[in-house]
Design a protein around this ligand. Sequence first.
Ligand SMILES: [Fe+2]
Length: 292
Amino acid sequence: MPFQLQPLEKSFGVVVSDIDLRALDDPSFESLYGAWLEHALLIIPEQHLSNAEQTAFARRFGELVKGLEAVEISNVLPDGRLREAPGDDMMKIIRGNMHWHQDSTYMPVQAKGAVFSAKVVPASQGDTAFADMRHAWQALDEERRTRCAELSAYHSLVASQKRLGEETKQEDSEYFGYGLDVEGVPLRPLRKLHPETGTESLAIGRHAFAISGLTTQASQSFVDDLLNFAVSDPHRVYQHRWRVGDVVVWDNRCLLHRSCEWDFSEPRVMLHSRIAGDPATEGALLSQRQLD
Ligand SMILES: [Fe+2]
């Protein structure tokens, strides 16, 4: 193998070294892709990719989500000033994503994964945390696993932001469209089969707000209990402390993630490239449900 792999002392994740992501030939990329499927999270320090270089690297994992090929997620305005919390709509989404989630589960097709890198990091904090839902599925007791295998959850960004009191403006918002104008509400089984490895995982997260067939109250406590359980074991949770130039690639089909708190008076600029899911395997079940 043309690079080094050092697995984390966790149920998932691997640090990749002696590698330049700009100069990977096809066989090397195939090896890296295999490591990604096995470990679900690649951590690749000291890459310092430009936006174009990151887009090109991410594209090797699959089609990218339109408009999210290389998008900065930051608390810095285009003119360099810091965003004023709490009224800023972008900050509402950033604060929302400090809760465990999988990307785009509220869309008709959820994401396959993401390439994510650090451009500017605060002096401390601002980590990104990940949790292994393959391990969580295996850790469920027999009774709960059997029950989860039969249930599906509705996912909504509108509902998850509302629940946190972080609703964005209806008009003249910087954040509009993506995830907020979904027709019908995607319904997703709690048991997710990985399309490439066949591994089962628990599909849960902040966007799951209701279970099909349960009352609102019963489903909320079911979803909350399940999510708390999913992230309760430190062996399946890893928190990455960023250094400028780090790149991570996560598999959104079996990991949860969240960004961690930092002092908003310090800039944090991350570059996100979202890899599109396969509609055949990451597509939601048909749903006629509308939000109330
Ligand atoms: Fe995310």
